[in-house]
Design a binder for this molecule. Sequence first.
Ligand SMILES: Cc1cc2nc3c(=O)[nH]c(=O)nc-3n(C[C@H](O)[C@H](O)[C@H](O)COP(=O)(O)OP(=O)(O)OC[C@H]3O[C@@H](n4cnc5c(N)ncnc54)[C@H](O)[C@@H]3O)c2cc1C
Length: 343
Amino acid sequence: MAAEKRFKYVILGGGVAAGYAAREFAKQGVKPGELAIISKEQVAPYERPALSKGYLFPHNAARLPGFHTCVGSAGERLLPEWYSDKGIELILSTEIVKADLASKTLASSDGATFTYETLLISTGSSVIKLTDFGVQGAEANNILYLRDIVDADKLVAAMQAKKDGKAVVVGGGYIGLELSAALKTNNFDVTMVYPEPWCMPRLFTAGLANFYEGYYANKGINIVKGTVAVGFDADANGDVTAVKLRNGTVLEADIVIVGVGGRPLINLFKGQVAEEKGGLKTDAFFETSVPGVFAIGDVAAFPLKLYNETRRVEHVDHARKSAEQAVKVTHLVVLDFCPRCCH
Ligand SMILES: Cc1cc2nc3c(=O)[nH]c(=O)nc-3n(C[C@H](O)[C@H](O)[C@H](O)COP(=O)(O)OP(=O)(O)OC[C@H]3O[C@@H](n4cnc5c(N)ncnc54)[C@H](O)[C@@H]3O)c2cc1C
């Protein structure tokens, strides 16, 4: 018979929002055994942005436990021992494959069942892959993506295996820019490719982008704009050797990094909870349409007062603050003090 574990509070997902939520639960006096974090990652929550920055330095690179949450906001570093000292159960390497919000039950891929009274969903985002669109040759070795520490380790290994080689970065967003800089710092010959007229088009004006593109060009990074990767060549080992562009150019490549965006991971809750803007719709307290179920971090589509509209925000600052806000609400509601009306 499969194991079943019961908790008062479950945080589903073990990333940035989960780490900050756990710290807030501890501040609010959560009791030992009441809270569990369930994560498919093998490690305790960490500051994800480090993966595209310090983790890729050629010397003195950042490694865990150096960047566990909550160091990213100059807070206390929550090591695995911190969770056990507080009686918070860290259930790692565990992927939840079914969520039944009506019976308040989660089921994992290895057959375990978890029940909760209050659920905080912090499943974050997954990267969009070129294989999702059937791009020819996109399954070749050394065509890499970056979302978690396993991806980052693959990238570090590829940089070591293809030392001083040629790298092509597909995408002109922040991942593309950061990864191009990291590869250049690691002595790769780097070419960036993106379809837009300038980098970070949703955020940068043409003038601002021009400054950055000039800065990158001065560092020796080649930028190809207005076209996309339509196929890849590989050698007999299956390792990528070239990137074919729609404009007919063929770029030699030992490593390809793709940063073309992400998607919030909400499939587990389809049909059970209201959605908006591709995320789980919440109120200003990050509670979803299902009472007792909260959404925080990348998956939350919440009312942003400033613009008077619903927004999803994929940034650490939002992950941290939404987590803290939701925990304050869940905990205070449980104590019969409702911050919605008792100011
Ligand atoms: C490389 C990189 C660099 C970034 N740099 C910056 C930056 O400089 N500044 C900034 O503001 N933002 C940055 N971001 C974005 C920021 O990291 C995210 O917005 C933030 O991590 C969101 O937090 P989250 O807790 O919602 O999701 P995540 O931190 O992604 O955590 C989601 C967690 O849920 C787990 N999970 C998902 N599905 C399941 C399941 N079914 N079962 C069990 N576990 C599951 C995942 O494994 C993961 O542990 C960066 C992101 C990346 C990938």
